[in-house]
Design a protein around this ligand. Structure first.
Ligand code: PLP
Length: 411
């Protein structure tokens, strides 16, 4: 179900014509749909119901406090990768017993805080980190539940820059190293090894890489059962992708669910998921105004007021986010049209089309599917403030984070 729709040539999000908002609110701004967010989370929950997993929303994909509070109400936990994200999750009211903490470089301060808050799992990514957790746990006089992130050396068949499960990536430890750590478990008096975790990358569109991961983990679990390790949880990470254009299909969540159902039966563990993009990716758009049109011999540049600092995925990963006009007209310009931002970098370009409708200066457009890794990856490059974030709920809207004051950057 998609909450972004044209009705009589006007683009609507839920029951609001976006052009109405664009006339009132300073562009660019991020616009989210609460209906879409709820639909996505509930759908994820429904598809995996037979597994009753702990669903820990990946806060790095979208760390807006209001959105995370909404997800909390639907039953979500949180996957965090910094003390900042951990504090956001707690502030959103998420129980520490539903929070997992991943990341290769957790500092003493972060580990200490996580221990004091008694979170569900610290997912450790190296032996050095485990030694450190043990030491900090001892200082706190607490036995701490820890998961070990495994790097299964399986490719997610996704963009190299968002692939994390190959042996030359910095993430996790090899199965051999993990086995060694489990063999030496009694060296770590203040750690309870309760889980293994994996996360092989993001925007994965095929089930097959996940199938490979499940098979490898089942094998591994058999091995560690033999040395007396009986895991309470297996954390399968996130990574399920979303379509960014009309000709892409949805990820087959149902098929994945069937595989995990079997996996859970065989391994007799509780399942944790850490979805980010699949929950929030299509819940937001970036509304922007055309500043100038610039005709060159070969191209028509449409210069809009949103830029790579507001949405860096195209520049960083070559991601293709579709751009819609907020008002359709039936014209068609047969000229290569490229949408670019005002930032002084050649990579500040969004997408191009062989033909596009006629646009005028002052017209509004929106960049689609920016709910994940949009605002959370934004920067102040070119001394551009963070845009406002607006949430639509049916026929109402609300500012859920105001536009950053330009003055706060001039200091
Ligand atoms: C980024 C990340 C996720 C979320 O990935 P998505 O592709 O957005 O689902 C989950 N787990 C870990 C450890 C991550 O780093």
């Amino acid at each position: 179900m998609n909450f972004l729709k044209f009705k009589n040539k006007k683009l609507f999000y839920e029951n609001i014509a976006i052009s109405k908002l664009a006339n009132k609110i300073k562009t660019p701004f991020y616009l989210y749909s609460l209906g879409q967010l709820k639909f996505n989370f509930n759908n994820f929950k429904k598809v995996f119901k037979k597994i009753s997993p702990i669903i820990c929303f990946s806060v790095k994909s979208n760390s807006n406090l209001k959105l995370i509070s909404e997800l909390k109400k639907l039953g979500s936990g949180a996957d965090v990768v910094s003390i900042g994200e951990l504090k956001i999750a707690l502030k959103a009211g998420i129980s520490p017993k539903k929070i997992v903490f991943s990341g290769v470089g957790k500092t003493e301060e972060e580990i200490d805080f996580a221990i004091k808050k008694k979170i569900l799992l610290i997912n450790a990514e190296s032996e050095a980190e485990i030694i450190n957790i043990n030491r900090i746990a001892k200082k706190n006089n607490k036995v701490v539940p820890v998961g070990i992130r495994i790097n299964p050396n399986i490719s997610g068949k996704t963009n190299k820059k968002i692939s994390t499960g190959n042996k030359d990536n910095k993430f996790g430890v090899s199965m051999n190293t993990c086995l060694q750590i489990f063999n030496n478990q009694y060296d770590y008096e203040f750690i309870k090894f309760e889980a293994i975790s994996v996360h092989i990358g993001s925007q994965i569109m095929e089930v097959n890489p996940f199938k490979k991961v499940l098979n490898a983990l089942s094998e591994f679990n058999k091995k560690i059962n033999q040395i007396g390790i009986n895991l309470k949880y297996i954390d399968l990470g996130g990574g399920t992708g979303i379509p960014y254009s009309d000709d892409e299909k949805n990820f087959n969540l149902e098929k994945y669910s069937d595989l995990v159902f079997n996996f859970k039966k065989i391994n007799n563990v509780e399942i944790i998921f850490e979805p980010g993009r699949s929950i929030c990716g299509n819940t937001g758009i970036l509304v922007s105004k055309v500043i100038y049109l610039k005709d060159t011999l070969k191209k028509k540049f449409v210069i809009i007021d949103a830029a790579m600092n507001d949405l860096i995925r195209p520049a960083l990963y070559g991601a293709k986010h579709q751009i819609h006009p907020l008002l359709k007209n039936n014209s068609n310009i047969n000229k290569y049209t490229e949408f670019v931002g005002p930032v002084c970098e050649s990579s500040d370009t969004f997408i191009s089309y062989n033909k596009y409708q006629k646009l005028n200066e002052g017209d509004y457009v929106c960049i689609n599917n920016i709910g994940a890794y949009g605002r959370s990856l934004a920067s102040n490059y070119n001394t551009r403030p963070y845009c406002a974030e607006i949430l639509i709920n049916k026929n109402k809207y609300k500012v859920i984070r105001p536009r950053q004051k330009l003055e706060s950057l001039i200091n």
